[in-house]
Each structure stands twice: as C-alpha cells, then as structure tokens.
Ligand binder design. Structure first.
Ligand SMILES: Cc1cc2nc3c(=O)[nH]c(=O)nc-3n(C[C@H](O)[C@H](O)[C@H](O)COP(=O)(O)OP(=O)(O)OC[C@H]3O[C@@H](n4cnc5c(N)ncnc54)[C@H](O)[C@@H]3O)c2cc1C
Length: 387
C-alpha cells in the first residue's frame, strides 16, 4: 500500500528543484505532472476498486499541503484533477454509479480538468453565461471559458454552460479532441504561473445528452445537501491546505534565514533579536489557528458530519487570508533580501496572493458567513434587499 504522505514529501523535494525556473518562465511543468501520473499520485482519491489509492479527504489535503511546499503551481494544477475525483469517490461510496466512467479514465492515465469560469462574466456557481443551444440529441456550445488549470495536459474537460431556452445550468464533459474545442494559452500572471490555467474556446461544440448533467433552473431554489457539500468540501479543504502549505514553506525559509544570519557587529544570529522572535510569534499565531480549523473540519467530516456553507466558507477564508498575512510577515522578517528573485520568498509572496480568488472568493465568503450568523439563509434569493 502506498504511503501517500511519504510519496508527497519525496515529490515535493523533487519539484522544489524546478519551482523557481517554472515560475520564472511561466511554463507548464509537464514533467511534474508526468511524475504525478507515473507514481500513481493522480489516482490517490480514485476508489481502490478502480485501481486507485482510495485515500480520504484528510489524507489528500495533507498531501496537497506537502506538495505545495515544493511547487505551489504543480499542487494547485493537480488539485483541479484530484479534488473532483475525491468528491466523485465519496458519491460513489454513497451509491452513485454515475461516477464510474471518470474513475476508469483517471485510472487509465487521463488527466481531468475543467472551468466553471466564463471568460466574459467571471465565476458564478449558480449560473453560466456560456450558451448551450438545444439540438437533436444534445447541445451545441459556443463561447469562451477561462482559468482552466491543467489545460496543456488534460485529456478530459468538464465545464458549465446554460441552456439558452430554460436557463438551466448544465455540467458537461468532453474529450480534449472534441471537434470545435480549443485551448488557448492566455496564462501570463503574477502568481501560480505554472498552473497552465488557459482559456477554453468552444466553436459550435456538440455535447451529447449522455455527457450532460442538468442542474438547477434560475427559478429553482438553491439547495444544500450532501452532494453539494461533497464537491465544495473537497475543494475548500484542499485549496486551504495548499495555501497553508505555501505559507509554511515561507515560514521555514524565513526562520532558517534569521537563524543562519548574523549581522556585522552582532554576537548572535538575527533570530535572537526581540523583533524576530515576535515576528515568528505573529506568523505562528496566524498559521496555527488556521491549521487547527482545517484539522477540526476534517475530523468533523470524517465523523460523518455534513458541513454547512458557513463552515466551509470560514475555513477557506481563514486559511487563505492567514497564509497571505503570514507570508507578508515572513518578508518583513527577512527584510530587503526577501525581494530578491534568487530567493524563493518573493515567489511564495506572489503565489499565496491567488488563494483569495478561488471560490468562495473573500467577498462571497463574507456574505455567506455574515448571513449565517444573522440567521439569514445564504442561498436564498434575492440575495439583497432592493429598497
Ligand atoms: C491560479 C488559479 C487557478 C484557477 N484554476 C481554475 C480552474 O481550473 N477552473 C476554474 O473553473 N476556475 C479556476 N480558477 C478561477 C477562479 O475559480 C475564479 O473563477 C476566477 O478567479 C474568477 O473569479 P473572480 O471572483 O476572481 O472574478 P470575478 O467573478 O470577475 O469577480 C471579480 C470580483 O467581484 C466580486 N464578486 C464577484 N462575484 C461576487 C459575488 N457573487 N458576491 C460578491 N462579490 C462578488 C469579488 O470581489 C471578485 O473578486 C483559478 C483561479 C486562479 C487564481
């Protein structure tokens, strides 16, 4: 049986060697994804019955945290494949056989990625501005989606569109070579530069009914059930863990730096200065509560609890924002040398900024958490008073 955390630790060390160059060039780390594939890491969450690792969310989140400490881009890109399979595996264990084809694809080495984000209108999990026109036996989709991590290597794409007649949200899947489907390299960013989160173009792409899962119509009330929770939980816990992994890597670097640096005229290393001791304390006081919140949520889920939207929003918000602030503090700790590109800290500083943008973004999280605290259903429409 694979020791997943040991494998993640080895891979993180290997990927750390290439992380600076991948960031500098902005290229997609094809060889890292190949290593993840050949070591079986990409099937970590696939049920054992389909040849996968059958790992639970706590194990996957921990491995993703470790991997992110080596190369954040690789961990985040791989996450778009891993989290969906993990949530599908929980659905399968709960008796949903519809997920089986995706396990077979993944077990056969196919990389799965997708985009919920419409290029023109951004991300809204309740609807999509990508039009899907009804036709014989399926839909024809035209338009453009964005932020599709893993685009350079994925073999199977999933995304959202809206039925032009009913407004129904559709979740659909396509093979990479589907006629009219194209991936466009638009990814030149300040953070997570190696995730290959390209645009996806649809030029009259036919999607058969069998490849479409219908969601809610705009008039349907939003529901929160085990299925919704599964997808969201796998995403929130793994993303939170990735950004905490980046922050821990930054903290390790900063602690080593001040421990090993003695400025001219001083008898002891910088780490002995009160300012640095208090800096380290501030970093720990940001990261430890966030890590504890993630661990607590994982424990509650493992005990069978279906977490509420406010729980998942809270842990994701706390984790990515604590990670952000902690890395700021690490830069202050190291001082001016921290902005040199020859050191990894400025890369951690840029990468960690991206955490706030993953769903739920900070504003959506504040809305959900605040409404829940006030006894207002965060899913109810209209979201805000009109008078
Ligand atoms: C590194 C990286 C990789 C990614 N990979 C993927 C991927 O593989 N697949 C994928 O689907 N997506 C991916 N995303 C995209 C991400 O999920 C978001 O869709 C993307 O960042 C765009 O959403 P946004 O909220 O930032 O922008 P917009 O939707 O344009 O929103 C802009 C701003 O408006 C405000 N806002 C928007 N909507 C609301 C609202 N409902 N309530 C309150 N305020 C709101 C927020 O302040 C938000 O920051 C990735 C993002 C990053 C950074």
């Amino acid at each position: 049986m694979t020791n997943w955390t040991a494998l993640a630790t080895d891979l993180a060390a290997e990927f750390a060697e290439r992380a600076a160059e991948i960031d500098r060039t902005g290229r997609f780390p094809v060889e890292n994804l190949e290593r993840l594939r050949e070591t079986g890491y990409l099937t970590i969450a696939v049920p054992a019955e389909f040849g996968g690792g059958g790992a639970d969310l706590a194990t996957v989140a921990e491995c993703q945290r470790i991997l992110a400490g080596g190369c954040a881009s690789t961990a985040l890109a791989a996450n778009m494949h891993v989290f969906g399979l993990g949530s599908a595996a929980e659905s399968w264990a709960a008796g949903d056989p519809a997920t089986e084809p995706i396990f077979r694809l993944a077990a056969g080495g196919t990389i799965v990625g997708g985009s919920l984000t419409d290029a023109a209108t951004g991300l809204n999990v309740r609807t999509s501005s990508t039009p899907a026109k009804r036709t014989d036996g399926g839909y024809v989709i035209s338009g453009r989606k964005s932020f599709c991590s893993l685009a350079p290597v994925l073999g199977f794409f999933w995304g959202t569109a809206a039925d032009t007649e009913t407004g129904e949200l559709l979740l659909f899947g396509l093979r990479r070579d589907a006629p009219g489907l194209d991936f466009v390299d638009t990814w030149d960013t300040m953070a997570m530069r190696g995730t290959g989160s390209w645009d996806v173009k649809f030029d009259d792409v036919f999607v058969p009914d069998a490849a479409v899962q219908r969601g809610r119509k705009p008039s349907d009330p939003a529901v929160w059930d085990e299925v919704q929770e599964r997808g969201f939980a796998w995403f929130a816990f793994t993303v939170a863990s990735i950004y905490l992994g980046v922050a821990r890597a930054a903290a390790r670097f900063a602690y080593d730096y001040v421990t090993n640096r003695t400025v001219t005229g001083a008898s002891l290393p910088m780490a002995r200065q009160p300012a640095q001791v208090f800096n380290a304390s501030r970093i720990e006081l940001l990261l430890r509560p966030a890590e504890a919140l993630v661990s607590d949520g994982l424990r509650r889920r493992a005990a069978g609890e279906v977490l509420a939207p406010a729980d998942l929003n809270t842990l994701k918000y706390v984790a990515v924002n604590a990670a952000d602030e902690a890395v700021d503090q690490c830069v202050r700790m190291v001082g001016g040398h921290g902005i040199f590109r020859k050191l990894p800290l400025e890369r951690f500083y840029r990468d960690v900024r991206a955490g706030q943008f993953h769903p739920p973004n900070n504003d959506v999280a504040l809305e959900t958490i605040g409404k829940s605290a006030l006894g207002i259903d965060p899913l109810a429409e209209p979201r805000w008073p009109t008078d």
